[in-house]
Design a protein around this ligand. Structure first.
Ligand SMILES: [Zn+2]
Length: 261
């Protein structure tokens, strides 16, 4: 069954007056499951990890159409991923229903400096047995700021702000040059904060597998059989990599009175 981002992409394509051309204008045939050319398809490798946490992607209009959108990869790995197109003037009733579903504790993932201080949290707490639902704004930075400001339906929820030390630890571990994370990297950080270290590592490996295949396809090169990302993903799935214990979730992080402030 196609996942939430795939469904959103199909709906968005159906609304397009003219066919969307990815940068570079590639018209090569692409796999509907992974968006890569068939010779570099990664569908057979796709992992899925049961998670307690859910992901709610609010996607800027064009985002589901981009061949490199990484919200897609989040939906591949995390079974409870929901995706909605964002529009300033209307809110999808299904999004409102999800936000009201009592099994979830929604958390808007965004830099705390843009939110009222009383909304800002840094830990993923256990609010009365609820499952964390990470709301990720899948957009360019300018679009994301607008979405954050102009989404009244999110205003009652805590804002999960990543601490600089969490960010820099991640930058170091991933050998990144900067801290401009893509959506699947932010999702991996959230899973780590929720103590779901295996899911977090799997999502990181999956991004690396996708990136390797995407770059090889773009350069018209074959996939390297023993590439590191695929090896790591396989080892994670076989349980051959021992996960260090994740951060202990703090009960005091989020409480329901905080969520309504
Ligand atoms: Zn595929």
């Amino acid at each position: 069954m196609p996942h939430a981002v795939s469904v959103l992409r199909t709906a968005r394509l159906a609304r397009s007056a003219k066919p969307f051309l990815a940068r570079g204008g590639s018209k090569r045939e692409r796999c509907a499951g992974c968006r890569l050319v068939p010779s570099h398809c990664i569908c057979a490798l796709r992992p899925s990890v049961p998670t307690r946490a859910g992901m709610c992607l609010l996607m800027a209009d064009i985002e589901p159409l981009k061949p490199t959108n990484t919200g897609w990869l989040v939906a591949d790995v995390v079974p409870d991923t929901f995706a909605f197109g964002w529009a300033r003037t209307q809110t999808d009733p299904a999004l409102l229903a999800l936000l009201d579903d009592p099994q979830w504790q929604p958390l808007v993932v965004f830099p705390g400096e843009y939110a009222a201080p009383e909304r800002v949290v840094h830990e993923v707490g256990a609010a009365a047995g609820k499952r964390p639902l990470f709301i990720l704004l899948d957009a360019t930075w300018n679009e994301a700021r607008k979405m954050f400001r102009k989404s009244p339906c999110l205003a009652r929820f805590p804002v999960l702000s990543l601490r600089p030390e969490q960010v820099s630890r991640y930058v170091l571990r991933r050998s990144r040059r900067d801290d401009h994370f893509c959506t699947s990297e932010v999702a991996a950080l959230c899973l780590e904060l929720a103590g779901e270290t295996r899911a977090s590592a799997t999502l990181e490996a999956w991004l690396d597998v996708f990136t390797h295949h995407y770059v090889q396809a773009r350069n018209q090169l074959p996939v390297l059989a023993d590439n590191e990302a695929c090896e790591r993903l396989r080892a994670l799935q076989a349980g051959a990599i021992r996960m260090h214990a994740g951060p202990v979730p703090k009960v005091s992080g989020i409480s329901s009175d905080r969520a309504t402030s």
